[in-house]
Write a protein that binds this ligand. Structure first.
Ligand code: AHR
Ligand code: AHR
Length: 482
């Protein structure tokens, strides 16, 4: 049985079931998600390999060969039609056209489920999905439950990496108008647990609750697992937060009891829309990774949730490689040569803190050769990827900042470590490597007017220009000049 078969047996059926990794009903054979590719704007639906099975990641890989792909729809498997699509502008505006949020890369979160490859939804700040016309989800003080499987190592303190029930207007309509899972280390909205986070909390609007009251709940632990199951449920004057390791063991209860006593949260005023990766008012500063999740009608019993957790563990989530193409060697000193016709005498270099391309050859001055030489390190945020140290400016690494590439000293701050981690893959034009940002996987090293950016294949920024994209993001890695 799948998670939603288990919820049905417990008389709390799924009214929304979202996953890019697997079917959540034993009998489900329909589409899991849709990808849209950069080369021609065409879309394809990705389905499970068999009824109830793992997503056909190979079909995505084939469809996206030699180009980029975004996850454009996450289908609802419950039959309620509660699909998630690109979140449109709310009180807060996203970075895309007309204030919409961005769509996620289709390749930012590869995993295996019992050895079979699948992709999660890796959401950078600015990314969001939503359905403001959902049907069957809880309204007012009605009972519901929800869980999500997330990446416990991908989070931040922005508002708000959520999955669950929110406002239909994409604006803050007051306390108690949301009931969603929150994951991250935000402390700005009152709630926190032990340690420095991240924590599984509940976003109840104008408040992230770690337990009964705003503020600290010592029973709510910092999460250290790579894969985390997060669960929130609520019914009249009763609610709970539970969590556990999606790869092994049971769920623990971090809170179960009465509603907050602060005004507005009892009774609740749930509105029934569905959000992923954003706050109720389209706050879009958070990051996180979503693999699967559901919302139910009715308050699931702990026993039902425990059976769902066992099902998740049995699905066998595990990490897999983030890189492909010609291999890079940690400790080596490399050059990165442009492959765009007309520019192939150029190599990635730096002038001051600006990363750019310059014409370099064996007869160039030593100083220029050194400016175009980079030492390969294990990626600071993920050791499957890489960080690049400037040969002539030791201790300074290539980092993206406002989507431009600079060299900057390693200050060991979480955001620096993430923004200086890059994952090479096979070059999009068939040559060498394309070097993807770990933290913004829709974006790749790109030369544009001979300056380096992390660019997406189409988008609102000048250097996102799709013309010449594949060539501009493909570089030949060689032995350094100096
Ligand atoms: O409750 C925290 C956040 O506050 C909500 O997600 C958002 O709608 C509001 O800004
Ligand atoms: O960086 C040089 C060129 O500038 C790129 O090939 C092109 O996309 C941009 O116009």
């Amino acid at each position: 049985a799948g998670p939603c078969d288990i919820y049905s047996s417990g008389n709390t059926p799924c009214v929304a079931a979202h996953s890019t990794t697997r079917a959540l009903f034993d009998a489900y054979t329909g589409s899991l998600y849709q990808v849209t590719r950069g080369s021609d704007g065409a879309s394809a639906n990705i389905s499970p390999l068999s009824a109830g099975g793992v997503a056909n990641a190979a079909a995505q890989d084939r469809f996206c060969t030699g180009t980029t792909c975004l996850i454009s729809i996450i289908y609802d498997q419950s039959g309620h039609g509660n699909h998630l699509t690109q979140a449109q502008a709310g009180y807060w505006k996203g970075p895309d056209v007309n204030g919409a949020d961005n769509l996620a890369s289709a390749i930012g979160a590869p995993v295996t489920l019992n050895g079979q490859k699948a992709y999660g939804v890796f959401m950078s700040p600015g990314t969001g999905y939503r359905n403001n016309a959902a049907s069957g989800t809880a309204l007012g003080d009605a009972a519901e439950g929800m869980y999500a499987v997330l990446d416990g190592t991908h989070y931040n303190d922005g508002c708000c990496f959520d999955y669950g029930n929110a406002e239909v207007s994409s604006t803050d309509t007051g306390n108690g108008h949301m009931e969603a899972i929150y994951f991250g280390n935000n402390t700005q909205f009152g709630g926190f647990g032990t340690g420095n986070g991240p924590w599984v909390m509940a976003d109840l609007e104008n408040g992230l609750f770690s337990g009964q009251s705003p503020g600290n709940n010592p029973a709510n632990p910092s999460i250290t697992e790579r894969f985390v199951t997060a669960a929130v449920k609520g019914e009249p004057n009763q609610w709970a937060i539970r969590g556990g390791n999606s790869a092994s063991g049971p769920l623990s209860t971090f809170y179960s009891g009465i509603r907050p006593t602060v005004w507005g949260y009892n009774p609740m005023s749930k509105e029934g829309s569905i959000i992923l990766g954003i706050g109720g008012d389209n706050s879009n500063g958070a990051q996180g990774t979503f693999y699967e999740g559901v919302m139910t009608t009715g308050y699931p019993s702990d026993a039902t949730e425990n059976a769902v957790q066992a099902n998740i563990v049995a699905a066998g989530y595990a990490v897999t490689s983030l890189t492909s193409g010609p291999a890079l060697t940690v400790g080596s000193s490399i050059s990165m040569q442009v492959t765009t016709p007309g520019y192939t005498t150029r190599f990635i270099a730096h002038t001051g803190t600006t990363v750019n391309t310059q014409v370099v050859s064996s007869s160039s001055p030593t100083a220029l050769k050194q400016q175009a030489s980079w030492i390969v390190h294990p990626g600071f945020a993920n050791s499957d990827c890489f960080s690049f140290e400037s040969k002539d400016t030791p201790g300074n690494f290539i980092q993206h900042s406002n989507f431009g590439l600079i060299i900057a000293p390693n200050n060991r701050v979480k955001s620096f470590l993430e923004d200086s981690t890059f994952c090479p893959q096979s070059g999009l034009n068939g040559q060498g490597n394309s070097i993807r940002s770990w933290s913004y996987p829709t974006r790749f090293f790109r030369h544009y007017d001979n300056v380096l950016y992390i660019a997406s294949n189409g988008g609102v920024l000048t250097f996102d220009n799709p013309n010449s994209f594949n060539n501009d993001v493909s570089f030949l890695i060689g032995t350094s000049f100096a």
